[in-house]
Design a protein around this ligand. Structure first.
Ligand code: AVJ
Length: 356
């Protein structure tokens, strides 16, 4: 059995199914909307989560992957972050998409299959759908409930849109519910989520996207720009403490899903711009010396010791062009806001690609 057919079979198409749980309820609601939603679950597996958490906490410099932020509560907190006065990226990027959407559509082409990586609430795509008019919209996200709710909301607003939602982890090699005769693919990767990956991982991820799209395929990608550290520090450590709650929710999630015994009050949120590496770092700092059990294993913390939970790299335009070039993309166009806070690039997969 090939890997592809294995994944195809594990994919759950909820649309026609009649079961009693929540997600099926939301799929049933979709039966009442004119729009068409099909849902494919590639189940980013809990076994991987457990192994990753235990490995990360066992390292001399403890770390956890930022993708673990996005359980249902974490996805909600992230949505709240995007509305904070200090968090400029979302509203700035949406402003750029609004202003230049028709130029973007001219470059990306219309009537294609539009894949969105890390679609979250599918808010940004809504500013582009009228201009882009894809034949199929394929949101890909790691958070299943969030993906289903968003797809449903989108179908209500865009009843003629054909939606194929895929619950998958794009940070590792991933499959998508693509049909063999779908050749005209484009991708949308907004929000500067590429910044969560170290440059080398980012190059590999972009390389996989290039492979998926094929020569000539277009990628529209949002990339946060380096800027005054004071702006960055405020954006990742807001006055209302929403980002702190988002960071600390990771511990609550581990407690719930992995039999963890973290006391979230015994940790505090820390975020700062690391200028040398051009990245915002988020950490959870142990307020005290303590021992914490997770999934039956014990982890020791010194007072002040941190768990590194996120990097958010900021790329200048030339630096990002070099990264994209190394992944097989040719830069076509870049748009920014007037203040130079954020950039959106249109990249095209070059003809000359050496393997993946
Ligand atoms: C979703 C990865 C783009 O790095 O700005 C927001 C996540 N972390 N506040 C970012 C995040 C803290 C966000 N990305």
């Amino acid at each position: 059995m090939t890997q592809f057919s294995a994944l195809q079979r594990s994919a759950t198409e909820l649309f026609p199914q009649e079961t009693t749980d929540r997600e099926a309820a939301s799929a049933r609601r979709s039966l009442q909307t004119p729009g068409s939603i099909r849902f494919f679950d590639y189940r980013p597996t809990p076994a991987d989560v457990r192994a990753e958490v235990l490995e990360g906490l066992g390292l001399p410099a403890k770390r956890l992957s930022p993708k673990l932020f996005y359980d249902q509560r974490g996805s909600q907190l992230f949505d709240a972050i995007t509305e904070l006065p200090e968090y400029y990226p979302t509203r700035t990027e949406i402003g750029i998409l609004r202003e230049y959407g028709s130029q973007m559509a001219d470059l990306l082409g219309r009537d294609n299959v539009l894949i969105e990586l890390g679609s979250g609430s599918s808010l940004k795509i809504q500013t582009l759908l009228a201009a882009l008019q894809p034949s199929v919209y394929m949101p890909v996200d790691i958070s299943k409930e969030h993906l289903l709710e968003s797809a449903h909301a989108l179908a209500e607003r865009f009843p003629d849109l054909s939606i194929r939602a895929a619950c998958a982890d794009y940070s590792a090699p991933f499959k998508l519910p693509l049909e063999p005769d779908w050749t005209d693919l484009a991708a949308f990767f907004p929000g500067s989520s590429i910044g969560n990956f170290d440059p080398e991982e980012a190059r590999r991820l972009l390389g996989r996207v290039a492979g998926l799209l094929g020569a000539g395929g277009r990628l529209l990608i949002g990339v946060d720009l380096p800027k005054d550290p004071a702006i960055l520090n405020a954006a990742y450590d807001d006055a209302q403490g929403i980002t702190a709650a988002f960071n600390l929710n990771l511990l609550t999630r581990i407690n719930r899903e992995l039999d963890g015994h973290f006391d979230p009050n015994a940790f505090r949120h820390r975020a700062f711009f690391n200028i040398e590496r051009s990245r915002v770092e988020m950490h959870l700092v142990s307020r005290i010396e303590q021992q914490v059990e997770v999934a039956g294993e014990r982890f020791d913390f010194r007072a002040g010791e941190t768990i590194h939970t996120e990097n958010s790299y900021k790329y200048g335009i030339d630096t990002f062009h070099r990264l994209a070039g190394a992944a097989g993309f040719v830069a076509e166009k870049v748009w920014t806001d007037e203040q130079g806070l954020f950039s959106v690039h249109c990249l095209r997969v070059g003809e000359e690609r050496s393997g993946s």
